[in-house]
Design a protein around this ligand. Structure first.
Ligand code: 5GP
Ligand code: MG
Ligand code: MG
Length: 183
């Protein structure tokens, strides 16, 4: 792998910066309308959701606060098992709060299903989910996702917060990687 040739690692650009910006604005407008008059807590899931959180929260016009969680889901290799461990918990008391979980991507949905249940059990008034990407063919739960940017095919994507071995999070677009990256 040539560490400097990031462009050469890209197979296909699925969503450009411009297209992502437009989608984020669209999601923000829906969220502002749905939560009008409410004081919403945005919960970002580290690290993948950093870009979505940064851009979505700046596109929102109402009252919002932000907090972060880091979770790791146990599983074999790249597959999520639904058994989740909290690596960094929220600093915020959730009693009576309207919570919106902000995610980068839903694959099996097992992590999100667990997280939604966990946050509800802390006495939140509501716990909804916003994800930029979802892979409907991979989803293994009936977790209700209120806001979805795009449904995509079950292929591995990186960029805009999403990594492969911690790389590519800094791309401003969402892409698939060339086969040589994996070998
Ligand atoms: P789930 O519990 O939904 O299977 O796991 C979701 C998590 O798996 C995401 O938050 C993300 O960290 C990781 N993931 C799932 N699909 C992809 C993908 O296509 N690309 C990257 N970079 N991470 C993914
Ligand atoms: Mg994530
Ligand atoms: Mg990752």
């Amino acid at each position: 792998m040539d560490a400097n040739d990031v462009q050469g690692d890209i197979k296909h650009v699925l969503f450009s910066k411009e297209v992502i910006d437009a989608k984020i604005k669209e999601l923000a407008a829906q969220i502002d309308a749905d939560y009008e008059g409410k004081d919403v807590l945005l919960v970002g899931v580290l690290k993948g959701a950093i870009m979505v959180m940064a851009d979505l929260s700046r596109a929102l016009k109402g009252h919002y606060t932000q907090d972060w969680m880091a979770v790791s889901s146990y599983g074999s290799g790249t597959k999520s098992s639904g058994v989740v461990r909290i690596l960094k918990d929220l600093d915020t008391d959730l009693s009576g709060r309207d919570v919106l979980i902000v995610e980068d991507i839903i694959d099996s949905g097992l992590t999100l299903q667990w997280l939604q249940g966990n946050l509800k059990s802390r006495g939140a008034n509501s716990v909804e989910i916003c994800t930029l990407l979802r892979k409907p063919k991979s989803v293994k739960t009936d977790v209700q996702v209120k806001y979805v940017g795009w449904d995509i095919e079950p292929e591995f994507v990186v960029g805009y917060g999403l990594d492969f071995a911690e790389r590519y999070r800094n791309l401003d677009c969402i892409v698939t990687l060339a086969p040589h990256v994996y070998s």
